[in-house]
Design a protein around this ligand. Structure first.
Ligand SMILES: [Zn+2]
Length: 205
């Protein structure tokens, strides 16, 4: 699997890191996948296209065959119209998005690059949040679901506690978040610290 983070350094544009996922050997069964699409700024698509020239994508295959949105906030989904226009991908997201939206269920399996992935509905940051989990490598594309929680002074929806309990059960070895650095060491410990703090925090509906 090749995972290519796509993020343009531009302080005037608040945008997530999108992840472009390709198979190792460009076989016909691979699904070239874009996880999140960055913000509405058209510079992002131009940047994506420049980066995408640099990688083999498989003969006759589009650079982006499918899009998975971790949630609908603009810094993740703003690029959908431009990506749609350019690649006509299938789009998986908890809420309908994109020209060719596919019905998306919690726990559904999908090929991402050359791996089998599970889509997880992980409400908390937003009601429509999803994570993409690749069990083979223990990779979790977490969108905005996971961020460092170092105290129990916050307030969270109860659903977020359930989400963290659920993620803490998985064999997660690498977290690729929508913002900030990848977590490649002690990923589960990171989740358990967040979980412990959220458990002691104020919870609301
Ligand atoms: Zn975000």
């Amino acid at each position: 699997m090749r995972v290519i983070p796509l993020h343009r350094e531009d302080p005037s544009d608040y945008s997530c890191i999108a992840y472009w996922v390709l198979g190792e050997n460009n076989t016909p069964s691979d699904r070239n996948t874009l996880i999140d699409t960055a913000s509405t700024d058209p510079e992002n698509l131009a940047f994506f296209l420049r980066e995408m020239v640099l990688q083999p994508k498989g003969i006759g295959k589009k650079a982006v065959e499918q899009v998975i949105l971790t949630h609908s906030h603009f810094d993740h989904s703003g690029g959908v119209p431009g990506i749609d226009e350019h690649f006509h991908p299938a789009t998986y997201s908890w809420l309908p998005a994109g020209r060719s939206h596919k019905k998306t269920r919690d726990g559904m399996s999908l090929t991402v690059g050359d791996q089998s992935a599970t889509l997880l509905h992980t409400p908390g940051h937003s009601e429509d949040s999803m994570c993409v989990f690749l069990p083979e490598t223990g990779t979790l594309f977490s969108g905005d679901t996971l961020y460092r929680i170092t105290d129990h002074l916050g307030a969270y929806p109860k659903a977020y506690l359930d989400t963290l309990e659920r993620l803490a059960q998985l064999d997660i070895r690498t977290i690729l978040p929508g913002h900030g650095h990848a977590i490649t060491q002690d990923a589960l410990a990171f989740i358990r610290v967040c979980l412990g703090n959220v458990r002691q925090s104020l919870l609301h509906d």
